[in-house]
Write a protein that binds this ligand. Structure first.
Ligand SMILES: NC(=O)c1ccc[n+]([C@@H]2O[C@H](COP(=O)([O-])OP(=O)(O)OC[C@H]3O[C@@H](n4cnc5c(N)ncnc54)[C@H](O)[C@@H]3O)[C@@H](O)[C@H]2O)c1
Length: 328
């Protein structure tokens, strides 16, 4: 699949409209389908209104919303939408039966070489593929909210997805300014599994009376969460020191034996004397020179990030700030 002539978005709700906006901003013609022709038409109008607001707020290039008007149209039905499409994004309700039915309808009217992806948040891609005659051209492409502005997209092949299809969707998303990552089909994929693990502990902290929801949010944003735009958990562990992680883990394992266990990979690295940055070897650090470069990059990035956060908070400060969060 080269850059598609036309992309069909089936399910023109919150995510579908955002995904269509991204592709249209990058020059693709997008056709929206929904439960009825009326819903698809009003989704197209809503999308154009949202795109105008994004342009007005300086989030998208000048003149882009006018260009979108010529690239976005609505269809009478799913069949009408997908007939001329090279690539179809399924973004209907998160319900297995609904998605299975919609995917069958899409496949029934699709040209032989066209590709279908599902934006499901959690339903197994293998399960969804089982309803299709040709699962080789199907995969999961899981965007994050808001799709216009969050860069990452998870790509989840089913067992039959053709390698060329995976490559083509990856290239398409990259060309549309996204940073796709390939992951295996597993509950919650990667992003939601990690996000919900954090939420699980955040909710427990509040339920146990350790801190208020406001304080948890504040701590996450201002401490370890502050690092996350630049470094993922493995780089952070390497920079902290894997021996330090091992020690802290013991405290958590003793405090919450049902929820924490020292990961085997961490234990093995520590036992072999690989402590991350301080020894020049760890999960992602392979040399002392790399560790030094990462530390320098970290410091520059955190100062820059701090300025962005300060500026954003100043601009967004409410006229009458609410009382500060209560710590309990
Ligand atoms: N909202 C999020 O944060 C988010 C993030 C990532 C992925 N997703 C996934 O994206 C998908 C859509 O989520 P959303 O938040 O946009 O939901 P939404 O309710 O805003 O949109 C769903 C759209 O699908 C349409 N629809 C439902 N059944 C249909 C059918 N049979 N034929 C045609 N259209 C149909 C609805 O009318 C609606 O416009 C879901 O699978 C969801 O899990 C959502």
């Amino acid at each position: 699949m080269a850059w598609p002539e036309e992309i069909a978005i089936v399910g023109a709700g919150y995510m579908g409209r955002g995904i269509a906006e991204v592709f249209a901003l990058h020059g693709a013609h997008c056709v929206l389908a929904d439960l009825t022709a009326e819903r698809a038409a009003s989704a197209a109008e809503l999308l154009l209104g949202e795109a105008a607001r994004h342009e007005h707020d300086g989030l998208t290039p000048d003149g882009s919303s006018a260009e979108l008007r010529s690239r976005i149209r609505s269809a009478h039905s799913i069949e009408d939408a997908v007939g001329g499409a090279d690539y179809v994004v399924e973004a209907v309700f998160e319900n297995r039966a609904t998605k299975t039915d919609v995917l069958r309808r899409i496949e029934g009217s699709l040209s032989r070489d066209a590709v279908i992806s599902s934006n499901t948040s959690a339903i197994s891609i293998r399960t969804l593929s089982e309803g299709l005659d040709n699962p080789a051209r199907f995969l999961g492409a899981h965007w994050f909210n808001p799709p216009q502005f969050v860069p990452g997209v998870e790509l989840i092949p089913c067992p039959q997805t053709a390698a060329g299809v995976l490559d083509a969707v990856e290239a398409l998303l990259t060309r549309a300014g996204k940073t796709p990552a390939r992951v295996a089909d597993s509950p919650g994929f990667v992003g939601n599994r990690l996000q919900y693990a954090l939420f699980q502990e955040a909710a427990a902290v509040v339920e146990e009376g350790i801190a208020s929801a406001e304080s948890v949010d504040q701590i996450v944003r201002s401490t370890f969460g502050f690092r996350l735009p630049i470094f993922g958990p493995f780089a952070i562990a390497d920079m902290a020191g894997l021996d330090v992680y091992g020690g802290a883990y013991q405290v958590l394992v003793e405090g919450f034996p049902d929820r924490f266990a020292v990961p085997a990979a961490l234990r093995e690295l520590v036992e072999s004397g690989s402590y991350g940055a301080k020894t020049g070897s760890g999960f992602v650090i392979r040399s002392e020179a790399q560790a030094a470069a990462m530390a320098a990059r970290r410091d520059r990035a955190y100062v820059a990030l701090g300025r962005v956060v300060d500026e954003f908070e100043r601009d967004e400060a409410p006229a009458n700030p609410a009382a500060p969060g209560r710590d309990r």
